[in-house]
Design a protein around this ligand. Structure first.
Ligand code: SF4
Length: 235
């Protein structure tokens, strides 16, 4: 783990972000894998389609690249089913990164349905802290975030130093939009989360995700009514 921003890396990241700003996700990923493998890992939520496109590109470039997802114990059956389909298709074993506290222990310590009363605390326990521990073993992680998803992601660079987790963060899809992602999915006939067929756009944990209606923002189904737009992984 790099932990603290190593001297000189800020400039190197800044240069890489500038040089790769107009590059394709394929070229960005090729650069990242050449630069960081084997200490680079792909985060895939198995919720939205961007992570699946990322996974397909990464597997084509270097099938040895590790893949993980945050298994909060609260994912949809459709999400777990997609993990299995992807595992079979690419002959990989995506790593389930789990919280150190089970749901029963969480309820005993913080009360029932913490996600309704304090979703930030719940995300911290079930997503952010497990991810922090897991990423300590790597120098770079690949994400599927896009600038069109939320206001806070609008300025996301292609490559950045991730202060929160202490490693380099690669965002190859920042310039792509939903339409382009789905075009790739259809062209390559990739498996996606079965909930998309039922009106779900962005998919996370069961208690915090709903289907969206016509004209609603793509992330409107996440933490509905709670004024929360991020789980704390991308700050
Ligand atoms: Fe908890 Fe909801 Fe965050 Fe999942 S998305 S970890 S249930 S608050």
């Amino acid at each position: 783990m790099l932990a603290h921003e190593p001297p000189g890396i800020a400039l190197a990241i800044e240069n890489a972000a500038r040089e790769l700003e107009d590059a394709t996700p394929h070229a960005i990923l090729r650069w990242a894998l050449q630069r960081f493998a084997p200490r680079i890992v792909l985060a895939c939520s198995f919720g939205g389609p961007t992570g699946i496109v990322a996974l397909d590109l990464v597997m084509n470039l270097d099938p040895k690249t590790p893949v993980y997802y945050l298994d909060t114990d609260l994912l949809f059956p459709e999400t777990y089913a997609l993990v299995e389909r992807i595992a079979a298709k690419y002959d990989i074993v995506p790593r389930a990164v789990r919280p150190s506290i089970g749901l029963t222990a969480q309820e005993a310590a913080f009360g029932a349905a913490l996600w309704e009363r304090n979703p930030d605390a719940c995300c911290s326990l079930r997503k952010v802290e497990p991810q922090r521990e897991f990423l300590a073993g790597y120098d770079a992680w690949i994400t599927g975030i896009r600038r069109d998803q939320t206001t806070s992601r609008r300025q996301a660079p292609v490559v950045q130093w991730d202060e929160q987790f202490g490693l380099v963060k690669i965002n190859p899809f920042v310039r792509w939009d939903e339409e382009r992602i789905w075009a790739y999915v259809r062209f390559h006939d990739l498996p996606v989360n079965g909930l998309h067929e039922r009106g779900y756009a962005s998919i996370g944990c069961v208690p915090c995700t709903r289907a969206i209606g016509a004209g609603e923002d793509l992330r409107a189904g996440r933490w509905p009514g709670l004024g929360k737009t991020e789980c704390g992984l991308h700050v």
